[in-house]
Design a protein around this ligand. Structure first.
Ligand code: AMP
Ligand code: GLY
Length: 410
């Protein structure tokens, strides 16, 4: 089988690499991919993830068995709908179902209708009403721009002034819509499930580290590191999340004529009142995917092929009681900006490349998050120790990483 992966980051590197390990797979293409992926014999195709007609042509010309979509933008733009019109197999949600990520208001409506636990909220299309609501509720409070384009626009406001500033910023755009919600307190974790026609196949849970610097300081980023599973979150909580959050939403989307196929990502928080939903995404998370997929011991390509053909897949996970941990190395200045063109070290570890380019046959930095290294161990601190011992010795001039992925390092 030949497989096409759409996207260009570390997440897509991990997805494509996992597919390439299958004895059933002859070639794995990644569009647009990145230069670092070539080290794992993945074939990079120079087509943008948003150029749907060229991707369709490529899939037809190369007899692709199925296409797997990494990033949300392609999904929101209807890549799945367009491939299906051409009778091409593709794993991801249609545009309508991808709204579970694309519109916070839509996600909240589905959760409310199907009784899924989440923060209390209200939606506003008018600044004055939104300001009055914030005044009534007080801080802390969370402000979320409704649409994906402003999706990075989540403000956890610890005081009213911050909330007011966030609202004013959102309402600078005409036709703005904002979701204002209760601030939840607890430990966050991510649960990914492969979903098709109402069936749900869960993966081990993971935890992301969104802040740029050690001790959860600094600005929010795309994610600076992750580990899976999360030993301090008990199995009973994962079952609660599946039964009370994922399954009702999957069934609800089906009933709303929005049946979901693809990876459903539940961003969850374990609060004093149990599991509550922070958000849904319609795709794998980055960087959690890199550590989660490493723990899969079955054939990923066969599983996706089976799921799309409505055969029951066999999916198994490493059950040694251990943990896989990954640390992202980013360019100095990230997330505000980044330096480019710096040579990358040989890591001696499993490495997933993201913001990289090739210069005179050498990999150099070319973006914010540059690469991620992973190691497994019997527990979090064993994995940390192995990883940081190697990472701390590398020459990462012009780049930085967190030293406390997986918990505060002693
Ligand atoms: P993102 O939507 O990925 O940009 O990140 C949103 C982040 O904001 C989440 O990972 C949480 O840490 C935080 N967040 C979102 N909604 C809430 C909420 N209702 N209560 C507390 N924290 C929240
Ligand atoms: N890890 C966070 C995300 O992918 O949105």
């Amino acid at each position: 089988m030949k497989i096409l992966v759409v996207g260009s980051g570390g997440r897509e590197h991990a997805i494509a690499k996992k597919f390439s390990e299958s004895p059933l797979v002859e070639r794995v293409f990644v569009a647009p991919g990145n230069a670092g992926m070539k080290r794992d014999k993945l074939e990079v195709v120079n087509i943008s993830e948003l150029n749907i007609s060229e991707l369709i042509k490529f899939a037809k010309d190369n007899e692709i068995a199925f296409t797997f979509v990494g990033p949300e933008t392609a999904l929101m733009n209807g890549i799945v709908d367009a491939f299906e019109v051409e009778n091409l197999k593709i794993f991801g949600p249609r545009q309508k179902a991808a709204m579970i990520e694309g519109s916070k208001d839509f996600a909240k409506k589905i959760m409310t209708k199907y009784g899924v636990p989440t923060a209390d909220y209200a939606t506003f299309e008018n600044l004055d009403a939104a300001l009055a609501y914030v005044q009534e509720k007080g801080a802390p409070i969370v402000i979320k721009a409704d649409d994906l384009a402003a999706g990075k626009g989540v403000t956890v406001a610890l005081d009213e002034e911050t909330a007011v500033d966030a609202l004013r910023a959102v309402f600078e755009t005409a036709e703005a819509k904002v979701v204002i919600e209760e601030c939840l307190v607890g430990e966050e974790f991510s649960l990914f499930c492969l979903v098709h026609e109402g069936r749900v196949y869960p993966m081990p849970i993971a935890q992301d580290h969104k802040r740029a610097f050690d001790g959860d300081l600094g600005p929010n980023t795309g994610g600076m590191g992750a580990y899976a599973p999360v030993p301090q979150i008990p199995e009973s909580v994962v079952i609660e999340a599946l039964e009370k959050v994922v399954k009702p939403v999957v069934a609800g989307l089906q009933r709303e004529n929005c049946s979901f196929t693809g990876v459903l990502y539940a961003g969850l928080m374990l609060t004093k009142e149990g599991v509550k939903t922070i958000e849904f995404n319609a795709r794998f998370g980055d960087p959690e995917t890199q550590v989660v997929l490493e723990r899969m011991t079955s054939d990923f390509a066969l599983a996706i092929d089976d799921i799309l053909a409505e055969r029951e897949p066999v999916i198994t996970w490493c059950e040694d009681g251990g943990v896989t941990l990954g640390v992202v190395v980013a360019s100095d200045g990230y997330p505000a900006g980044s330096t480019k063109g710096l040579p990358l070290p040989e890591t001696g570890m499993t490495t997933y490349y993201a913001g990289v380019a090739e210069k005179d046959g050498q990999l150099v930095s070319n973006g914010g998050r540059v690469y991620m290294v992973t190691e497994s161990g019997g527990n979090v601190s064993a994995a940390q120790q192995t990883l940081y011992e190697k990472l701390d010795k590398l020459d990462n001039t012009g780049m930085f990483y967190r030293h406390d992925i997986g918990g505060k390092r002693v």
